[in-house]
Design a binder for this molecule. Structure first.
Ligand code: G1P
Length: 298
């Protein structure tokens, strides 16, 4: 049973400036909670019980968000604001541990994952990239849970992928398959993986979304991976080595992704989660309808 997940949060977030100047990009709000909370909730829903944040000296707010805020709790208790109190206490269930390790130097995503090696130890684990929010189809369990199950059945690393337009392949890790793209909700062995290829060199349009289930073997492979694209130690390159050794599968996701690494992606995520919000959703949908009517009239 996989119980541990690594969430790298050390990146600077230059694409979100000025919002991310004095707060970590992971703490920028989507509706009523920081983006990172959606990602940790997804991990917890998939059965993860130990979350390893790979962080940076400028990112204390991320750690604080998952820690107890004693003063705030005492104040809310004094004022009998029990709903708010349980909301901040229940950000993560008590059985879930959040641990942080530091990535002192920005040497790349592969290096960030390698920083978690001591805490993960000798067992398989999940990786979730905090820039991407992943939704399952309506009412269904999180996709990561299905990937973990598939890993348990096949023993092969699982890499979540989704099709992207050809002009965007240079922004992603792109996988190569021998045959057809698997149905959404299934995985097939991949034959290659490349980090940020030029559109003319891309082996497919299937992009790595930012959810991985990896065996412990990835750590020694990462330790010997030289800098690659962007002169950074790439997780994609270590996955290519793993593929050569023991095979790796591409999991075709069924849900929807929201790229909170970009400003437009944030706006899209805000619209999406705003509409779905249990308390604010109805009023927000009315607000949007009203704005659409006004636009039509003008
Ligand atoms: C990282 C990975 C890339 C993946 C992407 C998903 O790139 O290196 O393979 O497709 O995340 O968001 P980054 O966006 O950090 O440049």
């Amino acid at each position: 049973m996989i119980r541990k997940a690594v969430i790298p949060v050390a990146g600077l977030g230059t694409r979100l400036l000025p919002a991310s100047k004095a707060i970590p990009k992971e703490m920028v709000t989507v509706v009523d909670r920081p983006a990172i909370q959606y990602v940790v909730e997804e991990a917890v829903e998939a059965g993860i019980r130990e979350v390893v944040l790979v962080t940076h000296s400028a990112k204390n707010a991320v750690e604080d968000h998952f820690d107890v805020n004693y003063e705030l709790e005492a104040e809310l208790e004094k004022k009998h604001k029990h709903d708010l109190l349980s909301e901040i206490r229940d950000i993560i269930p008590p059985e879930v541990r959040v641990i942080s390790v530091r990535q002192g130097k920005a040497l790349g995503l592969g290096h960030a994952v390698l920083c978690a090696r001591e805490v993960i130890g000798d067992e398989p684990f999940a990786v979730l990239l905090a820039d991407v929010l992943v939704d399952s189809p309506d009412g269904d369990r999180v996709e990561l849970a299905a990937m973990l199950e598939r890993f348990a059945d096949s023993g092969k690393a699982q890499i979540m992928v989704e099709p992207v337009p050809r002009e965007k392949v240079h922004q992603y890790g792109i996988v190569e398959l021998d045959g057809a793209t698997p149905e959404p909700g299934a995985s097939v062995p991949m034959t290659g993986i490349r980090e940020k290829p030029a559109p003319e060199d891309a082996p497919s349009r299937l992009a790595v979304v930012g959810r991985y289930v990896l065996p412990q073997r990835i750590f020694p492979l990462l330790a010997q991976t030289p800098p690659g694209a962007g002169d950074e130690i790439q997780l994609t390159d270590a996955i290519a080595s793993l593929l050569a050794e023991q095979g790796v599968e591409a999991w075709h996701m069924r849900g929807q992704t929201h790229d909170c690494g970009s400003k437009l992606g944030f706006l899209e995520a805000t619209l999406h989660y705003g509409r779905l919000h249990p308390e604010l959703g109805e009023a927000f949908r009315e607000m949007l309808d009203e704005a659409a009517r006004k636009n039509q009239g003008s």
